[in-house]
Design a binder for this molecule. Structure first.
Ligand code: FAD
Length: 437
């Protein structure tokens, strides 16, 4: 009998497991894959450490994942990004603003667009996001008279920050909240100095092993619910029992292990239908060093962004070699159309390889991933926090949810990290109120 069983060893499950184990609770993490990490899994090949697509940490040293690591006594160093650029049709590199001074110097804007950008940013920093509520990014841009270079800028921010290539779908409120966080923390994104594996995944796994266990290659078939309580999980190896069960799975998949009809929480039905973000990721493992750029590179044709990851952390490529990762967000509906995807991919590869012609001769290997789920939830106007599940399932006291489809703040991985902290607080609150009874 464990104190906790955690179903799923994605980053949110690992973070929550590390926090609970660090507090002395006994726990078991059960992961169906042969490895933990879920969508943050790092694939090692020929000395290269390939993240599962570009994996930058929003708000870096001020992020929730940094706070989790701090709480378990592991302070890590984050590498800030250098200058970012948008590359136009003629392959000109134009500074892409990542802070207020960038708006004054970037060649992307006219004088009046610069002033408008600063006015919008000042308003957001003061927390006045009223004009954004209920609108899509496109509607907001139209209403606010955002045009020209400023429109190009917000289209790209929408694609990278919300992983949504369609401003006509993405929520202006979600965009505003995330930009406000960037302005408040002074950090857009950073990268763990020694990469995800060494700096984030290994310390979390070590912390779990202080008082807990991890079983990989074992799938949970169902959660057992008896008399309004979760008592354990069924697996091919038999039933495993715990005082509390935590599920770290995208909420679209909960129906695979929970009998949703039996549970009287209407929100589960909406959660099952959430639309995720999707896209195409391409890694180039390169023989040699072909660029010093250590910020993000944006393209508008197709809308996509890339990064020389090895310029952020030399641990991600062998000495004298480099790693370039590019990501093209594709709307989930389009992802289902094989021909369209093939076309996007070809267009993307042509554009990247045209930009860096050395790739033709220096690529050691290339990895292409077509991903149906990138972030668990697309931040469109119907899927904001109030439409998602929180960390408790109504009517079942000892069953918790964590992960990037919950109602935690942020976008993408940040939702996952925030959810682990918030779920941890919800657990501690419930346990302390039980003790006090
Ligand atoms: C290409 C790509 C790029 C991204 N870039 C960024 C980025 O730059 N910044 C950022 O913040 N975020 C980024 N993300 C998003 C981020 O990776 C996710 O938000 C985060 O990893 C989600 O973690 P999770 O724990 O909620 O879910 P998951 O990682 O999905 O974990 C769920 C786990 O549960 C396991 N599981 C499922 N069913 C069962 C079962 N029945 N029994 C046992 N185990 C089960 C799964 O195998 C999985 O390991 C990116 C994602 C992708 C794919």
């Amino acid at each position: 009998m464990y104190d906790f069983i955690i179903v799923g060893g994605g980053i949110a499950g690992l973070e929550l497991g590390a926090l609970l184990s660090h507090d002395g609770y006994s726990l078991l993490v059960i992961e169906q894959a042969e490895h933990t990490g879920g969508r943050t899994f790092v694939h090692s090949k020929d000395g290269f450490e390939l993240d599962n697509g570009i994996h930058l940490v929003r708000f870096g040293r001020k992020s929730a994942v940094a706070n989790v690591l701090r709480q378990i006594g592991k302070e890590i160093r984050f590498q800030p990004l250098g200058k970012s650029y948008v590359i136009d049709k003629n392959n000109r590199f134009i500074l892409f603003p990542t802070g207020p001074s960038g708006f004054l110097t970037s060649g992307l804007f006219t004088f009046s667009e610069r002033l408008k950008a600063l006015r919008i940013m000042i308003g957001l920093k003061r927390g006045s996001d009223e004009g954004f509520k209920r609108y899509t990014v496109e509607e907001w841009m139209q209403g606010a008279g955002v045009r020209g270079g400023l429109k190009r800028y917000f289209n790209l921010v929408c694609a990278s920050m919300l992983v949504c290539p369609l401003p006509s779908v993405a929520s202006a409120q979600a965009l505003a909240e995330n930009i406000t966080m960037v302005l408040k923390t002074g950090i857009s994104v950073e990268y763990p100095a020694h990469g995800w594996q060494k700096d984030i995944l290994v310390p979390l796994i070590d912390a779990i092993r202080e008082n807990g266990e991890i079983r990989t290659g074992l799938k949970v078939d169902s959660v057992i619910i008896e008399n309004g309580r979760a008592s354990g999980v069924k697996t091919k190896d038999g039933i495993l029992n715990a005082k509390n069960i935590i599920i770290d799975m995208p909420s679209q998949e909960l129906g695979r292990i929970l009998d949703i009809k039996q549970i009287k929480d209407e929100r589960l039905k909406t959660a099952a239908g959430l639309v995720p973000t999707s896209g195409i990721s391409i890694d180039y493992a390169i023989d040699g060093h072909i660029s010093d750029i250590n910020g993000l590179l944006y393209l508008e044709d197709p809308v996509s962004f890339g990064c020389f990851v090895s310029n952020l952390s030399s641990d991600t490529a062998p000495a004298g070699k480099s790693l370039l990762t590019w990501f093209c967000p594709v709307h989930n509906e389009d992802m289902k159309q094989q021909n369209k995807i093939k076309e996007y991919q070809q267009q993307l590869e042509n554009r990247i390889e045209g930009l860096f012609p050395q790739l033709k001769t220096k690529t050691l290997f290339k990895r292409v991933l077509r991903l149906n789920t990138v972030d668990g939830v697309e931040l469109n106007i119907s899927q904001l926090r109030d439409k998602r599940m929180d960390y408790r399932i109504r009517g079942i006291d000892n069953l918790y949810l964590v992960g990037d489809t919950t109602a935690a703040p942020g976008a993408g991985g940040d939702i996952a990290h925030e959810s682990s902290m918030e779920c941890y607080r919800a657990i501690k609150e419930r346990l302390s109120s039980k003790d006090n009874r």
